[in-house]
Design a protein around this ligand. Structure first.
Ligand SMILES: [Zn+2]
Length: 279
């Protein structure tokens, strides 16, 4: 569900074939074309593909709490739970960027997101601070400045990005050297992505505040690499401060982690149910 144009991903499976990582780490492509169509469609409508990025992993533990809790262990558990809930709803298909304790570079993560034509990316993290009393959840989006830079880099290199929607890909191929047209389309698309990110973030914050305190009451902006794909709207959730005794204890409980996953799910479902009407 991308806001700018009517998106039809006729060649979704081509992206899957070219994916870079071992099969076990993410969505396994099916050989049968009919199966692919069934997986990606429900009642003739394309499913919403949510990429779930569990932060850190492998040799990168992320932040470490005072009681020794590692961020990577929290992020994967919330990601797996979110995946489980989303899969129960037929309008969604999920891409787990990692489903075990493996290390993935930023480049690999971004490749998986792109090659699977994700419609929305949720990156899950836990925060840390030298000030122990700081606690609560926050949501982050890529800064305007970073996104402008990413768009400009793309235009300067004049490279084809295979994972644009079919409609945008066609326009870009026909107008390869028309930088202004391409920039206009990318800027418009980014504006629409931003509206979508803000809308979904607000819905998430509404849910989160029912279960815990918010570190920041509004979505925030930063130059974050994982959120810098020019063709995919994305948000990063800091699920609590691992350096805060209370948050660390909460993050260690299955009950709290499941509540966080559920809040994310409810926000996504509310947003996409509004835009996708199933027969
Ligand atoms: Zn992190």
């Amino acid at each position: 569900m991308r806001p700018l144009l009517s998106f039809q991903y006729e060649n979704e499976h081509n992206g899957l074939k070219k994916a870079l990582l071992p099969k076990k780490i993410y969505y396994q492509p099916q050989k049968n074309k009919k199966n692919i169509k069934n997986q990606n469609h429900v009642n003739g409508l394309k499913k919403i593909i949510i990429a779930i990025d569990a932060g850190h992993g492998g040799q990168d533990p992320g932040a470490i709490g005072y009681q020794g809790l590692q961020e990577k262990k929290i992020t994967i558990k919330i990601a797996l739970q979110l995946n489980k809930i989303l899969k129960k709803n037929k309008i969604f298909r999920t891409i787990l960027i990692r489903n075990n304790d493996s290390y993935l570079s930023m480049k690999k993560r971004k490749n998986i997101i792109n090659k699977n034509y994700a419609d929305f990316l949720i990156s899950i993290h836990a925060d840390s601070s030298q000030i122990k009393r700081i606690s609560g959840i926050s949501i982050w989006m890529v800064s305007d400045e970073r996104m402008r830079r990413e768009i400009q880099n793309y235009l300067d290199q004049n490279k084809d990005i295979i994972c644009f929607s079919e409609n945008i890909k066609k326009i870009f191929q026909k107008n390869k050297y028309d930088i202004y047209l391409k920039k206009t389309i990318l800027d418009l698309q980014f504006n629409n992505f931003r509206k979508m990110e803000i809308d979904i973030s607000r819905r998430m914050l509404q849910q989160f505040k029912k279960i815990t305190n918010l570190h920041k009451a509004h979505p925030n902006y930063a130059s974050l690499g994982i959120l810098s794909n020019i063709n995919i709207p994305s948000v990063l959730i800091e699920t609590g401060f691992i350096t805060n005794v209370v948050d660390e204890k909460k993050l260690q409980t299955k009950n709290y982690r499941n509540k966080i996953a559920n809040c994310i799910y409810l926000a996504l479902n509310n947003y996409f149910q509004k835009t996708v009407k199933l027969k």
